[in-house]
Design a protein around this ligand. Structure first.
Ligand code: NAG
Length: 349
């Protein structure tokens, strides 16, 4: 009996965020709107950066990568949830469940790594301006992005393979809106000690090391800002720092509470709320927070949206694809380093 339960065509039941049909319709509309804004906002950033040659610098390449990753991250979880509500079915196949774990870990990890790389990039630009151009050469940027990909792949493969070893018995009801690792471990009827060990050690390192890199970079950046002469630029820098740090702490705080603090089986509401904030809200907020005070990016967005007839949109996407398939133009040199206002204009921190 136990072994037939383990076949590939068996299904899990995702309870979603609510069992009430009326609430489900509200949730459907809400999450559809959140998803469309996430995909639209992030896609705009990728296209605006790709089509604007002024924005071909490391910071914007990383931001475009982050935006692309946020689109993938929210696509790993939200569409399946929406489809389940719409078809009044809560089923997800065993393979579907494993791939949700794999992709949510992959893109979630990438999100963490890209945020860390972006903080490091700003640290180098502000605190080590003389070695910035060498440290962030096009080759090193590609290497950094590639390293993020490899590490994220390895970590998500590790957790998915360990999860695939587990046996699931009669109760296959997941009180969650996607197949997340933590509720799946609670559901398994074989021993999950190896999975938990991997989650605490490797998973912990994957969350905490980028977090330390981010916090370290910001400590240096803030102390550099404090030495700035004008109170106006200080205020501006702090307010954009503050919004970045708010998103970072929302993302890391909820991810840490979900994966690193073992929750008792009864606390499904907190666990679902935490998952909503790191898997749905963070990918939504990232494009807004990182472009809010960024005038270069706002100008590029404006150019992309307004100085272009709608019929030219396809043409510009084509141009973008062509440009990317040819040899890349070397990124613009780092900004004029004597000009602190230039950094603030870039919406840094
Ligand atoms: C991601 O970053 C790499 C390295 O900087 C860059 O070559 C690539 O174009 C970026 N991807 C996007 C979508 O901007």
């Amino acid at each position: 009996m136990g072994s037939t339960n383990q076949t590939g065509d068996s299904v899990f039941i995702l309870l979603g965020l609510s069992g009430d049909p009326g609430q489900q319709q509200i949730l459907f509309v809400l999450f559809l709107a959140l998803y469309l804004v996430t995909v639209g906002g992030n896609l705009l950033i990728v296209l605006a950066i790709g089509t604007d040659s002024h924005l071909h610098s490391p910071m914007y390449f990383f931001l475009a990568n982050l935006s692309l990753d946020d689109i993938c991250f929210s696509s790993a979880t939200i569409p399946k949830m929406l489809a389940n509500i719409q078809t009044s079915s809560s089923a997800i196949s065993y393979a579907g469940c494993l791939s949700q774990v794999y992709f949510s870990f992959l893109f979630g990890d990438l999100d963490e790594f890209f945020l860390a790389v972006m903080a490091y990039d700003r640290f180098m630009a502000i605190c080590r301006p003389l070695s910035y151009t060498t440290a962030m050469s096009p080759r090193n940027c590609v290497l950094l992005v590639a390293a993020c990909w490899v590490l994220a792949q390895l970590n998500s493969l590790l957790h998915t393979i360990l999860l695939a070893q587990l046996t699931f018995c009669a109760d296959r009801t997941i009180p969650h809106f996607f197949c997340d690792l933590a509720p799946l471990l609670l559901l398994s009827c074989s021993s999950t000690s190896i999975n938990e060990l991997a989650l605490i050690s490797v998973g912990g390192a994957v969350i905490l090391l980028p977090l330390m890199c981010i916090l370290g970079s910001y400590v240096y950046i803030v102390s550099a800002i404090l030495r700035m002469p004008s109170a106006g630029s200080m205020h501006k820098a702090f307010s954009s720092c503050g919004s970045h740090l708010a998103v970072v702490s929302l993302f890391y705080g909820t991810a840490i509470s979900e994966y690193l603090c073992p929750s008792p089986p009864g606390s499904t509401d907190e666990s679902r709320l935490a998952a909503v904030s790191y898997a749905v809200v963070t990918p939504l907020l990232n494009p807004f927070v990182y472009s809010l005070r960024n005038h270069d990016l706002q100008r590029a967005l404006y150019r992309f949206l307004c100085r272009r007839k709608p019929s030219n949109l396809l043409g510009s996407i084509q141009k973008l694809v062509l440009a990317h398939s040819q040899t890349p133009t070397p990124p613009r040199d780092s900004v004029d380093l004597s000009d602190e206002q230039g950094f603030l204009e870039m919406g840094i921190c």
